[in-house]
Design a protein around this ligand. Structure first.
Ligand SMILES: NC(=O)c1ccc[n+]([C@@H]2O[C@H](COP(=O)([O-])OP(=O)(O)OC[C@H]3O[C@@H](n4cnc5c(N)ncnc54)[C@H](O)[C@@H]3O)[C@@H](O)[C@H]2O)c1
Length: 347
């Protein structure tokens, strides 16, 4: 039987979710809700069978709706997700899950207590390029991960409620959490507010891992061009992931150094390795299409989503630490020691 779903929030991102949910065999899109009449009308025209209420309360009160997808501004995620869980609905909430650690913890506890699926839309985790990079790292092909270094910049979209850290760095943090097989322990960040923004419009985040890896991302809403470039260095191989590259998004380089001590000498010998490069074939699936099918399957089977509430909470912990570091002039902020459990949910 299909999972009956409603979407709340039909602004920039919501219509992408509506399109993928409507196309998913395992889902029946029942309602699409927004306060804005023009946005409701545009969805009503494209999807005539879908109800378009203006008030989220109508969605929560509808007993035929199994799950709610929340695509409203970040500051409103907590109240809407809480109301949905309290009404017994499974929840898909946009990234970042909430704008505070306490709110994220609350949602995780509520979903766990009620045995409901709570999934956070960290879309890149479902992107074929990131899936491939995760597989390559897990197979040992890269060796030990030394670093993750990314540039994620473009002009706009300025968010009124959260800084560029919450908006754009949430993508890199979720990718790092997914592909780096080490635990993040400490965060340092600097940032700046420009063009009258009340929140940071550009920032540099550095994340230190317990196995020695370092993660860095540069995010900026005020760049003249769109760059989405990630470099990952390992002890054996290195990866470049250019999301703007249509044909070769991921390239894997057999490059590196071998350092060996020379017996009887203090000097170390460094040998540079420059082997082949290959661009692996990637699945052509849209990330959101895989993600909607995964959401429905998790609800039906009681399985834990790849990006469950615990994953979302960890991302929020890292972003909150980065925000605090910025406020304290770049001071290093230790992350909570215990990594949230990804154990299967109860119930
Ligand atoms: N996963 C991704 O790659 C990705 C990409 C873009 C945006 N997002 C996330 O999606 C969310 C929405 O971003 P956006 O850019 O679409 O915002 P937006 O401002 O364009 O749209 C938000 C919509 O929500 C509606 N809304 C707000 N509160 C409501 C309420 N209580 N009831 C009904 N409707 C309400 C607004 O009227 C608006 O139409 C954010 O959390 C953002 O971080 C995720």
């Amino acid at each position: 039987m299909s999972v009956r779903v409603a979407v709340i929030g039909l602004g920039y991102w919501g219509p992408n979710l509506v399109r993928n949910l409507a196309a998913c065999d395992a889902v029946e899109l029942v309602a699409a809700c927004d306060r804005d009449a023009a946005r409701r009308q545009s969805i009503a025209r494209a999807y005539p069978g879908v109800a378009t209420p203006s008030d989220a309360a109508a969605v929560f009160a509808n007993p035929t709706i199994d799950a709610v997808v929340i695509a409203t501004p970040t500051d409103s995620h907590y109240a809407l997700a809480k109301a949905a869980l309290e009404a017994g609905k499974h929840v898909w909430v946009e990234k970042p899950m909430t704008s505070s650690v306490e709110h994220a913890e609350d949602l995780v506890a509520l979903a766990d207590a009620r045995g409901l699926t709570l999934m956070v839309d960290h879309t890149f985790v479902y992107h074929p390029a990131v899936t491939k990079i995760g597989d390559v790292i897990a197979s040992g092909e890269l060796g030990d991960v030394y670093y993750y270094d990314s540039v994620r910049i473009n002009l706009g979209l300025f968010q009124p409620d959260v800084s560029v850290v919450w908006d754009l760095a949430s993508h890199d943090v979720s990718i790092m959490e997914h592909v780096i097989p080490q635990t993040a322990v400490r965060v340092q960040a600097t940032g700046a507010r420009h063009a009258g923004a009340s929140v940071e419009s550009m920032a540099y985040l550095t994340i230190h891992y317990d196995g020695g890896a370092i993660g860095h991302c540069h995010v900026n809403w005020l760049a003249p061009t769109k760059v989405r470039l990630v470099m990952i260095g390992g002890s054996r191989k290195m990866v470049i992931y250019d999301d703007n590259d249509v044909t070769e998004k991921v390239r894997i380089y057999d490059k590196g150094v071998d350092v060996s001590s020379v017996e009887g000498a203090y000097a170390a010998r460094v040998q540079y390795r420059t082997g082949d490069m290959y661009a692996p074939a990637l699945a052509r699936t849209e990330a959101l299409a895989s993600e909607t099918a995964h959401f429905a399957a998790c609800i039906r089977e009681g399985a834990t989503p790849k990006t469950d509430g615990h994953t979302g909470l960890r991302v929020v912990q890292i972003l909150a630490a980065a925000e605090r570091s910025i406020a304290e002039g770049g001071r290093a902020i230790d992350l909570p020691v215990t990594r949230p459990s990804t154990a299967a949910r109860t119930g």
